[in-house]
Design a protein around this ligand. Structure first.
Ligand code: SF4
Length: 379
């Protein structure tokens, strides 16, 4: 087996080939990493993200554009809200961190807000690490890191991640802060949006843990993050502590799987390329050469969702009915298989899924027969 550096170089070369000549790699961000964790079995997404393919551009070139992205209005409103939360040296943000996460500590006063400006992502990452180290080595006070930059190794290349903020508590522990513009009504926000924010924050927690592991002694990275949102229908900030342990564990597992991108790349036919410059048919062929696990959840998490949904429909795949239905159907992977099993034309009768389908089909036939008798005209 070649030495690791040679293998790494070969993989980089292979991923660049997959991206296409002269195509810049799209950096992975926390949202993309969190979405990967949401559909861990999708090899298609794993290889496209691993190779730095811009999936939104790819979806356009395939003729199935994605509907991702924030409206300009939402973007401006989100930025204005974040600026309000961080105004006055983050006074309100730190007050919320104290109230929701660390009531036993001294209330924040004269908190430090280090300057994190530096050249390029590598420079900003190093500056962030230094600021975290300094804040942790001089505990007793609160420190707010505004838009720090963290690096996380993904399949051999660094993904640069930028949380909204990180707070260093007086005891030296670290908390990720996520600021969102969706409202918290009576102390609770839309669970789906909170779930997405938790998955994104879990990625930052993992990246922070990598930094913490390089310090001696390693500071504690808290697994309850601070989610800050507008209160009710106002633009006043409110917050809640969100436990991201589960999301962190899932994401960590998925990132470990991502290191096997090499294996997926090895299964692709020679000459496979996802360059948006290619004709749509060739591109579709390349995309189809990687197995996907489409699920309705993809519609809110992946730029290729419309393309994959169309293919899933065309193949009659049961995945498009949702993961719970898919799980119930066991080895029956297409709607055609399911109908044949229900009609008794195929399938092992001892298979619980097949038996349940036949029972359901019989009940349906009985019900239809009864209904037909009820409406039958008198002779
Ligand atoms: S939309 Fe397609 S590529 Fe994206 S996660 Fe779903 S199945 Fe995978």
């Amino acid at each position: 087996m070649p030495p690791p550096r040679t293998r790494e170089k070969a993989l980089r070369h292979r991923l660049a080939e997959l991206r296409g000549p002269e195509v810049q790699a799209k950096a992975l961000d926390a949202r993309a990493l969190a979405a990967l964790a949401a559909n861990p079995g999708c090899r298609r997404r794993a290889i496209l993200d691993g190779a730095g393919v811009n999936k939104a551009v790819l979806a356009d070139a395939l003729g199935s554009p994605s509907v991702f992205g924030q409206s300009q209005f939402a973007f401006v409103r989100g930025n204005a809200f974040e600026a309000k939360v961080k105004a006055d040296g983050g006074t309100e943000l730190l007050r919320l961190a104290h109230e929701k996460l660390d009531r036993a500590a001294e209330p924040p006063a004269d908190a430090r807000v280090p300057d994190l400006t530096a050249q390029g992502p590598q420079g900003r990452t190093a500056r962030t690490e230094l600021a975290l180290r300094e804040a942790t080595e001089a505990p007793g006070t609160w420190t707010l890191l505004d838009h720090p930059m963290l690096a996380l190794d993904v399949a051999g290349s660094p993904a640069f991640l930028e949380p909204d903020a990180v707070v260093v508590h007086p005891d030296g522990s670290w908390t990720v802060v996520e600021i969102k513009s969706f409202p918290m009504l009576d102390g609770a926000a839309d669970p789906a949006k909170v779930g997405a924010a938790a998955r994104q924050s879990a990625v930052y927690v993992l990246a922070l843990e990598r930094v913490a592991a390089r310090l001696d002694p390693a500071p504690r990275v808290r697994h309850r993050i601070l989610l800050v949102c507008p209160k009710d229908f106002s633009n006043l900030p409110t917050a809640s502590a969100v436990d991201v342990r589960k999301q962190r564990a899932v994401t960590a597992r998925q990132l470990d799987r991502l290191t096997r991108i090499e294996e997926i790349a090895d299964t692709l036919p020679e000459g496979t390329c996802f360059s948006p410059e290619l004709p749509a048919e060739r591109l579709a062929e390349a995309v189809e050469s990687v197995p996907a696990t489409y699920a309705p959840e993809c519609l809110s998490a992946c730029e290729l969702a419309f393309h994959c949904r169309d293919r899933s429909r065309a193949q009659g795949a049961v995945t498009r009915l949702g993961r719970p239905v898919r799980a119930e159907l066991g080895g029956l992977t297409t709607v055609e298989d399911v109908l044949a099993a229900a009609r008794g034309e195929a399938g092992d009768p001892d298979d619980p899924a097949v038996a349940a389908l036949r029972r359901a089909a019989a009940l349906r036939a009985e019900a239809l027969e009864a209904a037909a008798l009820e409406v039958a005209p008198c002779p």
